[in-house]
Write a protein of this length. Sequence first.
Length: 448
Amino acid sequence: MSRPKKKIIKKSSTPKSPLPRQRAGRRIKFQAPKGVFDILPRDQRYWERVRKIVKQLANAYRFSVIDTPIFEDVQLFMKGTGASTDIVQKEMYTFRTKGGDHLALRPEFTPGVIRAYIGHGMKNWPQPVKLFSIGPLFRHEKPQAGRFRQFHQFNFEVIGDAAPINDVSLIQLVSLIFKKLGIKGVILQINSIGCPECRPNYKELLVSYYRKQSRKLCRFCRERLKTNPLRLFDCKEEKCRQLANNAPQVIDYLCDECHNHFKEVLESLDELEIPYMLNPHLVRGLDYYTKTVFEFKLEGPNSIELAGGGRYNGLVELLGGRSTPAVGVAGGIERIISILKAKDIKIPQEVLPKIFLVQLGDLARRKSLKLFEELRSKGLKVAEALSKPSIKSQLKAADKLGVDIALILGQKEALENSIIIRDMKSGAQETVPFNKVIIEVKKKLKLK
Ligand code: HAM
């Protein structure tokens, strides 16, 4: 007797779906990706406040707004931000398009702004060109307090003028932003990291100092010694900090030009009575800086950096333009807002509506919507609860909002072309013709 033949089940050749499997009836619960978050309505007033002050000052300091794309050619950041920086090595969000382009979500504004300066021939505009941007940036960092994967900066660049007064003017502008926001205790730390003339000599000295004691360095610093020795100053490890404290300081090895530039910056800061702290270990994590570098931090140990910048006289040329000096700074908006909240700094309230529209029935609801727009177009701020069905619940909402008057349009009023004006404090009501409501409201609110 022959054995029954085994049934051969052919494996399906359908490719695996990239979508998560969903069991029938099960709902997938989506969450924002790690390190990014929603800015909810209750927080918008902080954002408005920061944006408003930054924009007002940008305008007063004669900056023009520039919006560059959120993604750019990956090479722009490799060259501009610097191939050996943490940003490029570890933190960039890169992707290939269907057409094969290799792009990156911008991790900072500066390279994109300089690309635009070169590409749009801004060298022919009156110099310096002063550009201001505000918007989101992306860095794949380890999420922690004050460090996000999508965050926002305000950014200023002054391109085409080598004078130290430009460095100082930016510092003054950012100091003023903190002052206007009511944030006290912000410390300016400043240093000069020289230029291609003097820095190579200093780097050699630094490397030879560290080489002699490289065994005492942590594993990351041993790597930094090979790739980016100035970044050895950034390490938080105690043994590396101790070595850094005795290391030669760049400020002692500046060429005459860098020395004089820095001297002038500091003298101007003194003149403007802007306090600063010289920090010989401040080098900043971006490759393009030359001469002045600076950071704003809240006073106290381990405080987080709120804004940072510096001069970058080589970047325009590096990205294909002609040799052009430039200086810039950026501030982190999330970090600034967290200070506003932590210090309970008062944010001016938005002007609340004084009028509430109450309605009942379909005809009244339609007429209310029309009236809402008429009132708005006459400059009157109005609140409504068109989706609430009962007059009682709408009046409750009006009361909660603290409006002066409620305009009540019931079914009867809607048919008779009238409307009730209710004084919310006294509860007194009067009925007026519908077409007179705006005049009557203005009279009641003592508006012209
Ligand atoms: P940066 O120091 O890399 O400089 O960033 C400026 C500010 O952005 C920081 O001081 C910080 O407040 C904020 N920030 C940076 N990373 C994060 C993050 N992961 N989460 C939240 N906030 C963050 C630059 O970006 C330079 N492009 C500044 C500049 C302009 N230099 C010359 N011109």
